[in-house]
Design a protein around this ligand. Structure first.
Ligand code: GDP
Ligand code: MG
Length: 435
């Protein structure tokens, strides 16, 4: 996913300007990258439509670094999608019960140890409970981890009733003054009715403060389906995404959050007991985009618009040198950017005037044709254009003499207005007006 998004965004980087055409192309690439990462098409389309809208809204087109601003917009959208803020777990109850569910091999037992470690370091009195009644090795595994992190492990190797073991564990926790009980359960290799029933029974009996669904981030679309099934049966409170070390990307985080609409609360990034992190949506979005501190650069770019272009045009306007070449280049830019009405206001110093002159999309074609039929000299010095030249230009551009006259008049009006503005600016009136 990262590679694909980078590729999509690379096409934008280093470009002084982007047009609606390459915004559309980039958005399409982003969409493909998302669908490739198991985000379903409809959701991916919704995301990218919003990204496109934001890109136009936030004036990406005239930002100093349109590519970076675009990256930032994608990043924000992904962050929102993954829940915005980091979510904590509920530790209410005496003791607070945390139930761990998921497929076999997803990393439940490892995570149980890690969570116990984390909570213990926060000064909580924790009990781990081994409720995997099918694999004796699983009990030993939890005991080893418990020893490593210095947390007691409750187990009943002979008992084959998970609900009973769990209930006995709670009694034990109360007696030994434990504040938090983490219940590690059995998993199967695939969704299986017996397993589902068992975990459902345990949940009903314990009424845990928090039920966490553990899922291997490397399992792609399967992770999403598993999450969906578990959520339908357990209505869990949060997701733990494991094995995010290695070459796993963030795609699973996106799709799971989208499909089950439950927050991802932790990510697991290794086999060591310390390899546990609270899930931060913005960091995951950055991971997906592979950005690091590009974001702060982008933030700066967001403030500043295309100063060079603004300066160039302003200088010409100030010196009363604004000519048909400038006019044409502005028109072409507007046209490339798409919706004129939305974009007029973005052109430094010009937007309002063009609007006043009542130019809309349809006005562009004949105007361009007329200007293009002028010689370079004529464009620079419109006063050269006499009646004969007007006739020639009208013929050459396939317009009428009236249209040429109208444009000439509009252009002259525009220049007069600029001159007027310059005079006002010189006398300080304009700056007062702008405040
Ligand atoms: P369970 O069957 O759900 O209890 O899964 P386990 O906790 O036994 O984990 C299955 C395997 O995945 C073990 O070999 C773990 O060491 C490994 N594992 C668990 N979490 C992670 C992780 O975040 N990263 C890596 N690389 N391996 C992990
Ligand atoms: Mg286990």
């Amino acid at each position: 996913l990262q590679d694909k998004l980078n590729k999509a965004i690379k096409t934008l980087k280093g470009q002084g300007r982007i047009t609606d055409i390459n915004v559309a192309a980039t958005v399409k690439e982003v969409r493909r990258a998302l669908t490739d990462a198991d985000v379903n098409y409809k959701v991916a389309k919704e995301i990218t439509d919003r990204i496109k809208e934001k890109a136009l809204d936030r004036k990406v087109l005239i930002a100093v670094e349109p590519g970076q601003l675009f990256v930032k917009i994608v990043q924000e959208e992904l962050t929102d999608l993954m829940g915005g803020q980091a979510q904590s777990i509920n530790t209410k109850g005496e003791p607070a019960i945390i139930l761990i569910a998921g497929l076999q091999g997803s990393g439940k037992t490892t995570f149980s140890g890690k969570l116990a470690n984390l909570l213990k370091r926060q000064g909580r009195n924790v009990l781990l409970v081994a409720c995997d009644i099918y694999r004796p090795a699983a009990i030993d595994q939890l005991k080893v981890l418990g020893e490593q992190v210095g947390v007691e492990v409750y187990a009943e190797p002979e008992n084959k009733n998970a609900v009973e073991i769990a209930q006995n564990a709670i009694e034990h926790a109360k007696k030994t003054n434990k504040r938090i009980v983490i219940v590690d359960t059995a998993g199967r290799l695939a969704i299986d009715e017996q397993m589902m029933q068992e975990i459902e029974d345990v949940k009903r009996a314990l009424q845990p403060a928090e039920t966490l669904f553990v899922v291997d981030s490397m399992t792609g679309q399967d992770a999403v389906n598993t999450a969906k099934t578990f959520n339908e049966r357990l209505n869990f409170d949060g997701v733990v995404l494991t094995k995010l070390d290695g070459d796993s990307r963030g795609g699973a985080a996106l799709s799971i959050k989208t499909v089950v609409n439950k927050p991802i609360k932790f990510i697991s990034t290794g086999e060591k007991m310390e390899a546990l992190d609270v899930f931060y949506p913005d960091r995951m979005a950055s991971r997906i985009l592979g950005m690091g501190d590009v974001i702060s650069l982008v933030e700066k770019a967001q403030q500043a618009f295309d100063e060079d272009e603004a300066k160039r045009i302003n200088a010409k306007m100030r010196q009363n040198q604004f000519d048909f070449n400038d006019f044409l280049s502005q028109l072409q830019q507007i046209k490339k950017m798409g919706n004129v009405k939305d974009l007029l206001g973005m052109i430094p110093g010009m937007g309002k005037m063009v609007k006043d002159l009542d130019i809309d999309n349809d006005s562009f074609k004949p105007i361009e044709a007329i200007i293009q039929s002028m010689t370079p000299k004529e464009r620079e010095k419109p006063e050269l254009i006499d009646a004969n030249r007007k006739k020639r230009i009208a013929l050459g551009s396939g317009t009428s003499l009236t249209q040429v006259n109208n444009l000439m008049k509009q252009f002259e009006d525009m220049r007069k207005m600029m001159k007027q503005m310059n005079r006002m600016q010189a006398s300080g009136k304009l700056s007062k007006m702008m405040k």
